[in-house]
Design a protein around this ligand. Structure first.
Ligand SMILES: Cc1cc2nc3c(=O)[nH]c(=O)nc-3n(C[C@H](O)[C@H](O)[C@H](O)COP(=O)(O)O)c2cc1C
Length: 170
């Protein structure tokens, strides 16, 4: 049981090589369902998701991000977005949904990488996929049939764990 759970969590690695094959629509829907099961402050669920699958558009949106050009052969790009302004917990809520999404994609056999989106990166991506001004792209996630395998790993570090009280690291 613990081993199954550990396998589930550590299966998620950043995959940046794709076969170029299409991504199954049902798998995307299942992953989106997982994303929307995430916790959010006051259950406000500020998230929406823009999904690009047309190959030309996938290429263009990946090129519009300085660190996502590896995604040109992806079968899809998922862009979680929402109304950031006036939403105090926006980043935390969106991150929870994004991590759920990535865990689901990995365990459904798809490869994906979370590419961060900042204020400066909004304009470039919007030249490919338009979005009203009051909405914010939170992440850009190329998703595809994986053409690389990565070792699951925990990265557990006991020096990061403080039981009962803070203890200085010597
Ligand atoms: C907020 C955030 C932004 C990231 N941005 C990028 C990115 O722009 N391009 C990229 O290739 N990887 C990006 N990554 C992926 C990290 O490089 C990756 O998660 C990290 O190296 C650990 O590797 P792993 O995901 O395989 O465990 C990002 C990850 C996070 C959480």
């Amino acid at each position: 049981m613990h081993d199954d759970f550990r396998r589930f969590i550590t299966k998620r690695r950043s995959i940046r090589k794709f076969t170029g094959g299409a991504v199954d629509h049902e798998l995307l829907l299942t992953a989106l369902e997982a994303a929307m099961a995430a916790p959010s402050a006051n259950n406000s669920r500020p998230w929406s998701f823009l999904i690009v699958t047309e190959p030309e558009k996938v290429r263009a949106v990946c090129r519009a991000h300085p660190y996502a050009s590896f995604g040109e052969e992806a079968g899809a790009v998922i862009l979680p977005f929402g109304k950031k302004e006036g939403h105090r917990w926006f980043d935390q809520d969106m991150a929870a949904a994004t991590e759920n999404l990535l865990l689901a994609l990995a365990n459904l056999g798809l490869g994906a990488t979370w590419c961060g989106m900042s204020e400066e990166l909004q304009a470039g991506v919007r030249t490919v996929v338009a979005l009203p001004d009051d909405l914010f792209f939170f992440a850009l996630i190329p998703v595809g049939v994986p053409a690389e395998e990565k070792e699951p790993r925990t990265q557990y570090d006991e020096t990061r764990v403080h039981w009962e009280r803070y203890s200085a690291i010597s």
